[in-house]
Design a protein around this ligand. Sequence first.
Ligand SMILES: N[C@@H](CCC[C@H](N)C(=O)O)C(=O)O
Length: 333
Amino acid sequence: MPTLLKVHGSQNQFFILDQTRLAQPLTDPELRQLTQRITDPKTGLLGGADGVLVVDKSFREGSQAQMRVINADGSEAAMCGNGLRTVARYVAGRDHRDQFKVDTIDASLRVRKQDDLAAVVPAFAVEISPVRFNREALPFDNLGYDRLLDTPAPELWPQLRFSAIAVPNPHLISFVDRPALQDDVLGVIGRRLNGENPYFSDGVNVNFAHILGQNQLFVRTYERGVGFTNACGTGMSATSLAFVLLHPDQASFDQPIDVFNPGGKVRTIVHYQDQEYWIELIGNATFTHRIAVDEAVLHQGNVQAADCQITETGEQKAYQAFVDQLPTLGLVD
Ligand SMILES: N[C@@H](CCC[C@H](N)C(=O)O)C(=O)O
C-alpha cells in the first residue's frame, strides 16, 4: 500500500507523495485536487499543510529524483527550500545515499545529510539557486525600476523599502523594525500582491525581516498560494542574501547566518562563486506521520483519516524540545 508522509521543515508543513511507488501516477488535475483537499486547515488530513511535495523520477543526467511543489491552493511553485530538505531525507532513506542532486523545474540542486540538530531531529543542507534580480525573472511591473534592492516603492507600501529576488521562486523582502513585524502590514501587502494586482502578475512571497544582531535574523513570510506560514526556506535564503548585500557590517559571504522564524530556526550560508550567488539552507527535516493509503483513494482526490492507517513517528516531540531551547524572541505570537 502506498504511504504518504506528513513532514515539516521549521514547521512549514507538507505531505510527501512518491509517484514512483504508484502503479498509476496521479495526473496533474488529480494532484491539484488532492492537494487542495488534504491541505485544508479545517477539513484536510491531520490539520492540513502548506502544500504537497511530489517525488518523481529524475529528468536530468546525474540526479537521484525530482521534486515538484504544489501549493495549498493547487498552484505549482518552482522551488521550496524547507520542502527540499524533507524530500532529501526521504530519498536518502529510500535509496541509501547521503549526498545527491534533486531535479526541480529550473535546476538540479545539491542536497547533503548533516549531523542531527538534536536527538531525533535529523537535518539536511540544500542548495538554493539560481538567483536572479531582474524584473522579468520575478516578474514585476509598473514600479518604475528594473530591479529592486532596498528600493522605496510607495506603490507597495509608502514607508518601506523593498528588494525583489527570485531563487528562482519570487520573493519580496523588506527589513523592518519590531512593531512592523507585529502588525498586519505583511498580511495586507501579501494578500494584495497575491490577488489581482498591477505589480506582481504571478504573485509573490512576501518576507519581513528583522535584524537581531551580527549574523542573526528573524524572518516572517506571507507565502504565495498559501498565506501566512511558520517558515519559508527560499524566503529565508533570499532574505539572507539581501542581508549580506545590504548590511555588510552585520553579515558576510561564506559565514553562517542564524535565521529564526515562527516555526524554529535554520542556518544559511550565502556564497558568490563563478559570478553567481547561491545559498546553502540547513535545517531540520522532520517526519511526523506515515499514512498508509490505498492508491484508488489517492486517485479519488481526497484522503480522510478514516480511509487510511496513520502512524505517528514521535519525531514532533523531539522537534518541540529543540524549539523549546531556542531563545525566546517574543516577536510573533
Ligand atoms: N515554503 C516554501 C516555498 C513554497 C513555494 C511558494 N509558496 C511559492 O509559490 O513560491 C519554501 O520553504 O521555500
